[in-house]
Design a protein around this ligand. Sequence first.
Ligand code: AMP
Length: 416
Amino acid sequence: MILKSIKGTKDLLPLESSRWQHVEQVVRGVFHRYNYKEIRTPMFELTQLFSRSIGELTDIVGKEMYTFTDRSGDSITLRPEGTASVIRSYIQNNLGEAQPLVKVYYMGPMFRQERPQAGRLRQFHQFGAEAIGSPTPETDVEIIAMAAEIYRRFGLTNVALKINSVGDEECRPLYKDVLRTELLKIADKLSMDSQKRIGQNPMRVLDSKDAQDMFLTAGMPRITDHLNEACSVHFERVKELLTLMGIPYTVDPRLVRGLDYYTKTAFELTSDELGSQSALAGGGRYDLLTKELGGKQTPAVGFAAGMERLMMVLEKNNLTAPALRPTLFIAAADDAARSWSITTTMELRSRGTSVETDFLNRSLKAQMREADRQLARHVVVVGAHELASGKATLKNLDDHTTRDVDLSLLAESVMD
Ligand code: AMP
């Protein structure tokens, strides 16, 4: 029996991985320009970390986590998202002691047992950033601007920014009561999922993708009409700054985000080219999480973005990076040139040029086909005659021009 990969997981094949590397490099470049530094946390943590931070009532904790008991009896979970681990690490390593504002980013696989479909996997990849230690709306806007800039960097112009405020521990419970009262009046017409949510988490009903739910809740009270003074001032400043920076947005009072730890600003970047899974990235402020996880109360804001979804929109727009290509292919015309080809290939590689040659003792014709298949930029054919004269013909496979070169100056000759 041939074993296959697990449903909802994907191999990143060689052609794709070079595209991913290019994209990751561009993303890192943006993070670095905003002075965010990378943090790498483990891919598994104690289950408690996620159940306490993300919240027992969320889909992630309720039904999607990969949780198992290890040999010492501990309950372990493969990380379903990045923020909880980053905050755990921030507290454990006293990162806040050295500086008041800690700016970090991460990149890597996340694990959720969701129903696989286009744009939704069980092992997927996220990049994201967290700014820990600042309560200011300016920091929210830095995070939003940075996330938006990543998509702009790639030339994607069809990315929409939606923002909302989800209130804080003072005004949100009051709003939830108002909303719950209204929802109870129409409870029997809502989907089963939404009916279950009314009691504990009525804001999630607004998040429902069920058409009937959306229709019925369209006129429900909006959180933006129930914010207290502090949340309202904060939200106004976020909007003012986005406008000043020329970042277009719409306010979406239904944007509540799935996780319990958000406060004040919530935002999402979407693309209408992604079908039903339209969210490219989401984030917001989470001033209550650090305390929830046993640290000092520390205001923070961040976002997470899906790598697969970014790759999907790049492909749709023909914006993926070209594959990696060898700069030179050395073809051996006869046996006399084989040793020279191999040693020269190795030498040029160690001097920094990307070179390929024949390792399968193929005919010259087959070697030329291989140079094409590898998308080599140049090819040089070397045989006894070239070795004797020290000169050969270098062909540029992109524009099909040829020129005579000194074999001792091959590296210089193929420099772009
Ligand atoms: P979340 O942590 O759920 O807010 O997700 C942040 C981003 O990660 C989303 O906007 C998606 O782009 C991506 N994402 C979340 N879940 C998945 C999944 N199961 N498969 C692929 N991408 C995902």
